[in-house]
Write a protein that binds this ligand. Structure first.
Ligand code: CMC
Length: 428
């Protein structure tokens, strides 16, 4: 292939270099476009064809259903790794040695206590507040309690802010849930593993000791790994773009949490469970809901289906579907909505509407069924997604700052009024 792309605009032709990734992805580098053409830009609503950066973190081939973090396949990581080593690999580039992992975990634990005044902020929220709003606010509030902005040129500063947020974030997650349930706030125990401690912080009752179920611990490890990064998705792009203004790490993460909340992104896991419940309450008529999803006059979409990048099975959905079967089986739970979900999937996979548009189940389709089996309330599902995505956001923010990327600032094509005169209010 020629290493140059040619563009013809009227009589003039322009050449732009191609840039190639390590997996042979090709992009046209248009940074000289506007200057060379005297003002012409590209337009690409929803950035469907636009790369915002070069990144070494996550590789995704949506046509083949491939996902890798730092070169490791998601299937192998989900099978063999634990969440903290995946977090380390995402943030620092390679899987840690045992010694590196021990130090990383010890540093995280040493920074996990949050300022007690955070509880006052939490107290001010009504119990009805959505946990994603609360989590985003508390994460933003952490900035006020840890005001020194990160000196990104100092490896030590960068490392300290990373272990700080990895320590404090699970505390905020568990407090968000406990506040809603009227339970006392706790810290778990530093004697536990990272994921075990998350479970203890979330579920321990004030009057009994909490026994960690290895089935639930393994399931949570797997779910967090599967959510840990997904290259330039909506929330990650948000974190990178907010961070590109040199806003701090915690402020950038808080913005990412808000982006994740929407039902077209992470909020889909809550929406899927609510949809499956609604179908069940409506007599389990999946055909009726399939018809609604296909009806262009009906705003209903089959939640948990479709993906901007995957035009083949989402590899995460494949792993989660299998895990849902195993976890429910191991815990001895029969959940009728698992059958409804499988029925919907079966119908969609043979329906021309879904087949032609390459709509497959995504990561959110089966995850809620596992979360529910673990005892996690539906409104907390997207918070669990955020907990998993945290290392990915951190890794992407770190990469963006270390690469000294310029401030993210897209252009536009203006389609409003041309210049007109101001009309006094009495004459309008
Ligand atoms: N149900 C019914 N039709 C759909 C669905 C769906 N879930 N998803 C896409 N379509 C149709 C859409 O109407 C369009 O049809 P047409 O070409 O006739 O206009 C076509 O498929 C392409 O859809 P699109 O909206 O242009 O695709 P997109 O890449 O902009 O959107 C998506 C991707 C994930 C937002 C979308 O598929 C969707 O809304 N899915 C449901 C929400 C969901 O499950 N989100 C979680 C995504 S995965 C995890 C994450 O990112 O957090």
């Amino acid at each position: 292939m020629s290493e140059i792309a040619k563009l013809q605009i009227g009589e003039n032709s322009y050449e732009f270099p191609l840039t190639k990734g390590t997996e042979n992805e090709v992009a046209i580098d248009i940074k000289t476009l506007r200057g060379a053409t005297n003002g012409v830009i590209t337009i690409d609503r929803g950035f469907k064809n636009t790369g915002s950066c070069e990144s070494e973190i996550t590789f995704l081939d949506g046509e083949k259903g491939v996902l890798r973090y730092r070169g490791y396949s998601i299937e192998e990581l989900a099978e063999k790794a634990d969440f903290l080593e995946v977090a380390y690999a995402l943030i620092f580039g390679n899987l840690p040695t045992q010694e590196q992992l021990n130090k990383f975990h010890a540093d995280i634990k040493s920074k996990s206590v949050v300022d007690d005044d955070i509880k006052k902020i939490l107290d001010a929220f009504p119990k009805t507040a959505h946990p994603m709003g609360v989590l985003s606010s508390l994460t933003s509030a952490l900035t006020a309690f840890n005001p020194s902005s990160v000196n990104v040129d100092s490896e030590e500063d960068m490392y300290n802010s990373i272990v700080k947020i990895l320590g404090k974030f699970p505390v905020l997650v568990s407090w968000t849930m406990r506040k809603k349930q009227g339970l006392p706030l706790n810290y778990g125990s530093t004697s536990l593993g990272y994921v075990e401690n998350i479970l203890k912080m979330m579920f321990e009752q004030p009057n009994e000791s909490y026994e960690i179920s290895p089935i639930i611990k393994d399931a949570l490890d797997k779910l967090l790994i599967l959510h840990a990064d997904h290259e330039q998705n909506c929330s990650t792009s948000t974190v990178r773009i907010v961070g590109s203004s040199h806003a701090g790490l915690f402020a950038s993460l808080s913005a990412g949490i808000s982006a994740l909340w929407g039902p077209l992104h992470g909020g889909a896991n809550q929406a899927v469970l609510e949809m499956l419940e609604a179908i069940k309450a409506d007599g389990g008529d999946t055909k009726k809901y399939m018809a609604k999803a296909k009806d262009k006059n009906d705003p209903f979409r089959l939640m948990g289906f479709g993906h901007r990048v995957y035009k083949n099975f989402d590899p995460r959905a494949r792993i989660i579907k299998k895990a849902a079967d195993e976890v429910l089986n191991d815990l001895g739970i029969e959940d009728p909505i698992l059958d409804i979900a499988k029925g919907l999937e079966q119908e969609a996979l043979s329906d021309p509407y879904f087949v032609d548009r390459k709509l497959y189940p995504n990561v959110d389709f089966y995850s809620g069924i596992i979360y529910r089996a673990m005892g996690i309330p539906v409104e907390m599902f997207t918070v669990m997604f955020a907990l998993g995505r945290l290392p990915g956001w951190i890794a992407q923010w770190k990469e963006m700052r270390l690469n000294k990327e310029p401030i993210g600032r897209p252009r536009q094509v203006y389609t409003g009024e041309n210049l007109r005169s101001f009309v006094e209010i009495e004459n309008r």
